[in-house]
Design a binder for this molecule. Sequence first.
Ligand SMILES: *Cc1c(COP(=O)(O)O)cnc(C)c1O
Length: 396
Amino acid sequence: MSFQNPVFIPGPTNIPEDIRKACDIPTLDHRSPAFARMFKPAVAGVRRVLKMEAGEVIVLPSTGTGGWEAAISNTLSPGDTVLAARFGMFSHRWIDMCQRHGLNVQIIETPWGFGAPLGAIEAALKADTGRTIKAVLATHNETATGVKSDIAGIRRAMDAAGHPAMLMVDGVSSIGSMPFEFSRWGVDIAVAGSQKGFMLPAGLAILGVSPKAIAAMDTATLPRTFFDFRDMLAAYARGGYPYTPAVGLIAGLARSIEMLEDEGLDNVYARHARLAEGVRRAIAAWGMAPYAASADLYSDTVTAVRVPDGCNGTDLVQLAAKKYGVAFGVGLGEVAGKVFRIGHLGMLTEVMMLSGLATAEMCMADLGWPVKLGSGVAAAQEYYRGSAPAMAIAAE
Ligand SMILES: *Cc1c(COP(=O)(O)O)cnc(C)c1O
């Protein structure tokens, strides 16, 4: 793998030079006021990115998976019922984690390529007259299939059923890259990770927790120690941390928020939408299609490309790595071989994206796939030429 090339995987994402430098700080005593000075703006920034009015931001030395565990173990008790739709590897893994924690998961099996089924969720909640469902789990952006789910719609379904369950959202591959509205959508726990939209190395689980979820931690009896929000919040109140924080990553997080806000969150989201649309134009020109079942489900951060019959997506990913030093994502689970994934999130521009599309085309030609060199690139070029905002040149 060449370190000169950007990666086109849906996380970890490319790390801007500024963020790498920001992470590179000398040892800092995390019990000193200097740490609190660094930590507070990072937490305040996450709150703005999540669009969170009330509640707490929790930053754990972990990854997104640890964020899932923190979400359930702080708010639920063994035997509690949670409702979740399964439509890809990431929604599956969260469900599996719940089961391994002794939760009773009411699973809505949904074909891969689709998102969270609002009607089925509403029906399940309405049927739950005894109010045994304690939480609805939703994967905002299913990274395995490139499908986004309608979280506002899930909230509406919950309200329509008049159901008091908490809403927990896996936003690991959406937050910081696609619009997210913690308070407006009535989210109780949102989970993000440092290595996707925040453009940092892996190592932080970043959570938004609503007042209702905070209240749930008093009665929740699932075991937790390292991830216990109570310890975390008590330490925050003293300007500190219950154990040694990942100080360098937290320094980088503050810089990440600055970069996102300098660009403007809406511009960040618009850039992701443009990058994604250009990728889809290229895919169409190749005679292929996204795995996502319909346009309203298309993710702005990752596209799973359905490969032609007789072709194997994993071959392309392996060749790209070996021959060109470029990383794409393989198909996971039931779509292994049937797709390859193009990550288009984080520090990426139209110009970088074109290099990824050109590389994918070279691999297809090398593998003898029925694709004309330049066809996808040209389609993306046409789209980017017409959609790219002029670079703002700072006036002297
Ligand atoms: C990457 C990802 C995760 C897992 O995060 P890790 O940081 O690898 O633990 C969870 N959910 C989604 C949707 C993801 O994309």
